[in-house]
Design a protein around this ligand. Structure first.
Ligand code: 1HE
Length: 261
């Protein structure tokens, strides 16, 4: 319609140092189409350039219903493979980028929605959250990195169960399985995710980069190689001016202690 703003599927807002990235297609339960992933990619890049941490959330009743099944059902084979590869590319920028991403979850976190959440460094789920991998029922397979990232969070056996039988896991169960870091009361996930993002934003940028980039890579290495890389990354981190300042601050009793409360 002439003069009307183009419909956007992803919102973006800076709150202090934190970027808030929202899936804003609630009428389709935030299902991820090609247009959604492209808009999302732009917001991820913008956050990486200007924020110290980012929070991903979904508008409406559910976090995300996964892949847009209507669009997917009309895709030729090669387009479908390339679409999956594009999701991998975009999600990798979050998983192994330079700022932490925190998912604030509620309602359905299904299929590609779970894959998106598993690409974040941390996941906060409110009490309404539930997780499903209905790919078996739909006649498809995970394609947004789930076979690697979700498998690493919850293990092959639980993921196989979810995919084969359609088993749904609620927030607390998923926390026990390792797929969620924090469970909070209904409606409180976004606030908690922002609070966590603010904490991570106070870390040294190099430490955040090393945590996000070294840990998952070391996970893929032999123990010997992993330990060697750990020593190298550790030495690099210690050499940053930020590390020197922070270590001195502690020794001069100007920095916080590690306390239980
Ligand atoms: C959709 C989608 C979608 C909803 N693609 N349009 N994902 C799934 O198999 C999950 C499918 N969705 C659901 O099970 C339910 O929609 C929900 C539990 C998420 C929400 O239920 P509800 O009752 O709140 O909503 P609804 O009435 O089912 O859906 C509202 C509208 O959103 C409706 O469209 P409308 O035109 O009839 O209003 C739905 O068709 C539409 N909708 N989900 C397209 N996913 C890279 S590989 C990843 C592989 C996967 O992600 S597999 C999992 C796919």
């Amino acid at each position: 319609m002439a003069g009307s703003a183009e419909k956007t599927f992803v919102s973006y807002e800076m709150r202090g140092d934190i970027a808030l990235i929202g899936l804003t297609r609630p009428e389709k339960r935030n299902a991820i189409s090609d247009a959604v992933i492209e808009e999302f990619a732009l917001k991820v890049d913008r956050a990486t350039a200007e924020a110290k941490a980012a929070v991903i959330f979904g508008e409406g009743l559910h976090f995300c219903a996964g892949l847009d099944l209507l669009e997917h059902s009309e895709k030729p084979l090669l387009e479908s493979v390339l679409g999956s590869r594009r999701w991998h590319e975009v999600f990798a920028r979050m998983e192994r980028g330079r700022i932490p991403f925190i998912a604030a979850l509620h309602g359905a976190v299904v299929g590609g929605g779970f894959e998106l959440a598993s690409s974040c460094q941390l996941r906060v789920a409110d009490a309404t959250t539930y997780f499903g991998l209905p790919e078996g029922q739909r006649g498809i397979f995970v394609g947004g990195g789930g076979s690697v990232r979700i498998e690493r969070l919850i293990g092959t056996s639980r993921m196989t169960d979810m995919m084969l039988t359609g088993r749904v896991a609620k927030a607390e169960e998923m926390e026990r399985w390792g797929g969620v870091n924090y469970v909070v009361e209904a409606g409180a996930a976004l606030e908690k995710a922002i609070a966590l993002a603010e904490v991570t934003a106070t870390n040294s940028e190099f430490s955040n980069y090393a945590i996000m980039n070294a840990l998952p890579r070391i996970r893929d290495m032999s123990s010997e190689d992993g330990l060697f890389v750990e020593s190298a990354v550790s030495a690099l981190a210690s050499m940053t001016p930020e590390a020197q300042d922070r270590l001195r601050a502690f020794l001069e009793k100007r920095a916080g202690k590690v306390l239980a409360d």
